[in-house]
Design a protein around this ligand. Structure first.
Ligand code: KG4
Ligand code: ZN
Length: 339
């Protein structure tokens, strides 16, 4: 719950990590059922925590994509039910826009800014020109960075979600111990590729003695490879972003992977070298959270955007206009607009 005057009134995150942990990754059916069983109680608690009543609400914002469709439908339908029964406007939010505006929850982070969005489902570099106005400078051509962390952890049995566990093991290892590829490095684009790195990690682990030292060294070498790829792509994107624009330049890192301290340090140095102010939203707003969706909803409502009650739930929904033109708003292939 977000109020334009009083700020954030409640922000409940109901983690499903424990339910997915035995499988080493997110299981769509479990995710959908967990959304269904929790949504009503969470909405009620959010209203109670805020000290308001349902009738005090000005609008109802909910994610309408992209993402696993079972969870998206559950949240969107709950929001539509509330909007209809309370006669309040519905604002259907692109989940990626939530991440894009997340720094604005706590900072005076004016448009435009360069955004690195790195999560379990997405790895993109975007120029955030204004609300609803995005230019994609690069994206992954296969796996997302968070997915690579999760799969690396799964191969070595480090637990789910992979990111924090790999980071912990990496702290004990030597990041030069294992030679791993840096896909697309030095290519003249801002795109990422992490699938080859993931396969190389699996091969290296099978070839190792499986000891704790081998795990720590592989985790550290993997994390170094990811850092090198992100730093190189970000440096390139900064050059593109600054072209024909006057400073000051801002650089925001959002999404669950932004929680990684080693990656943050590297990105801070790249930003400092190129005269960009590096902005990292607080950790609780880096991973998926309700506050960032409320922030996007508030900004859209203030700009006069509302959505009809038949707004669709979209499994795929690119944020930038160019990618949206190239593929339909839902159901595109693996390399379609979801990435
Ligand atoms: O943004 P998020 O909460 O959900 C998605 O939209 O995907 O991101 C979750 C991802 C997972 O892949 C998780 O392993 C990764 O963020 N992650 C991290 C760290 N904490 C979470 N990756 C690297 N280092 C971390 N400390
Ligand atoms: Zn997310």
């Amino acid at each position: 719950m977000l109020c334009s005057d009083a700020g954030l009134l409640s922000n409940i995150v109901a983690s499903q990590d424990a339910a997915h942990a035995p499988y080493g990754g997110v299981v769509p059916e479990i995710a959908a059922r967990a959304h269904m069983s929790k949504i009503d109680a969470i909405i009620d608690r959010a209203v109670q925590d805020s000290g308001l009543t349902y009738s005090d609400l000005t609008g109802i914002a909910a994610t309408s994509g992209p993402g696993l469709i079972g969870g998206v439908i559950t949240g969107l339908m709950a929001a539509k039910g509330l909007a209809l029964s309370l006669n309040k406007p519905l604002i259907a939010i692109n989940h990626l826009e939530g991440h894009a505006v997340s720094p604005r929850l706590t900072e005076d982070c004016a448009f435009p800014y360069l955004l690195l969005l790195v999560s379990g489902g997405h790895s993109q570099l975007l120029s955030v020109n204004g609300l609803g106005d995005y230019t994609r400078l690069g994206s992954t051509i296969d796996d997302a960075a968070g997915e690579a962390f999760d799969k690396t952890a799964k191969v070595m049995g480090l637990g789910f979600p992979g990111g924090p566990n790999v980071e912990r093991w990496a702290a004990k290892g030597d990041d030069h111990a294992v030679k791993l590829p840096r896909p697309l490095l030095d290519r003249d684009s801002c795109d990422f590729s992490f699938a080859g790195l993931k396969t190389a990690v699996a091969r290296a682990y099978v070839a190792s003695d499986g000891s704790d030292t081998a795990k720590a060294n592989l985790a550290a070498s993997f994390q170094r490879a990811i850092a090198d790829c992100l730093n190189d792509r970000v440096a390139r994107a900064m050059t593109q972003f600054a072209e024909g624009r006057d400073g000051p330049y801002r650089f925001v890192v959002a999404g669950g992977v932004a929680a990684n301290a080693t990656l943050r340090d590297g990105l801070k140095s790249v930003a400092a070298e190129r005269g960009f102010d590096a902005i990292f939203p607080p950790l609780r707003f880096c991973g998926d959270n309700a506050a960032m969706i409320a922030q996007a909803g508030l900004e859209r409502l203030q700009a006069g955007h509302v959505d009809p009650l038949n707004a669709p739930a979209r499994p795929r929904w690119p944020l930038d206009a160019e990618a949206a033109k190239q593929a339909p708003a839902s159901g595109a292939g693996r390399k379609g607009p979801k990435s």
